[in-house]
Design a protein around this ligand. Sequence first.
Ligand code: PMP
Length: 351
Amino acid sequence: MKWEDNVRKVVPYVAGEQPQKKGIIKLNTNECPYPPSPKVEGRMKQMDYQDLRLYPEFSEKTMLSDMLVSYHGIGKEQIFIGVGSDDVLSMAFLTFFNSDKPVFFPDITYSFYDVWAEVYGIPYEVKPLDDDFCIRREDYLKENGGIVFPNPNAPTGVFMDVSEIEEIIAANRDVVVIVDEAYIDFGGTSALPLINKYDNLLIVRTFSKSRAMAGARIGYAMGNERLIRYLNDVKYSVNSYTMNRMALELGAACMEDDAYFKEICSKIIATRERTAKELTALGFTFPPSYGNFIFAAHNKVKAQDIFEKLKKHDIYVRYWNKPRIDNYLRITIGTDEQMDALFAALREILA
Ligand code: PMP
């Protein structure tokens, strides 16, 4: 059809499956296996449906914003809130990556980055990780139109020391550097303190993993107030009311319960360490993970075989048929009971 000549054609990002079947052990999208804080449940029950008649407040004027500002000890003008960190990152790509020079990110990384670059027509170059899946800093010292990477990286779980991140930022003062800290609460150290030293650094966070609220869709970014102003200008040129009333309320309730947040993070870390030992005993190798997942390859059996056989046991993990990582499985850390079921299934499959 003729109209198709002028259609913006893209190859979309493919998210992990969301099987609706009951009883599935879902270790494929790095969700939290625990429910959100009881405070979230309490707030949900208090919400009045009649309020839905009204537009929500502008997200940077909400209680959620105030709570994040005080939690992180940043200025009121240093925060941007969006519909999950995907929305925040997408807006950041649109706002900051507007150069003829290529944006740099790793070859093995969050597979949404190249999709945003494509849809917004941003030139980009991927920089291969080394054989241990570490970022090679020297690759990021050449002229570029911006830099983005997760820390810890996904899907590898590899964490890069903040001092090394600082080297990259310091060498790239003329472009914006985005550090996607989706998984920072599982043992890594945040680069957040650097936002006051470097006006070109944007830190992105999410409620989807460590705060157990993937379904509420809350993400945020922190950075120099000029960066945040530019980000808001673009956001308010696309959609003024991205955050719905419920998410804003429930996010604030979640922030009230720091003890619960710390408790679930430490439970996941403990289960991850246990999982690492079990997987090693089963013949898997993997880089040390600082995320709520482990990226593992088996020494004999192909990842794709294991992936498919686990599905038959109603256990879903993530597999990508892509160069360099096609023999790896990314296994989200679930509860101890879920992981026990995984180990039992693996023992059977690998026997
Ligand atoms: N960044 C990374 C590295 C991720 O793995 C994810 C989860 N898919 C996201 C961002 C987006 O998460 P959300 O939109 O749920 O905040």
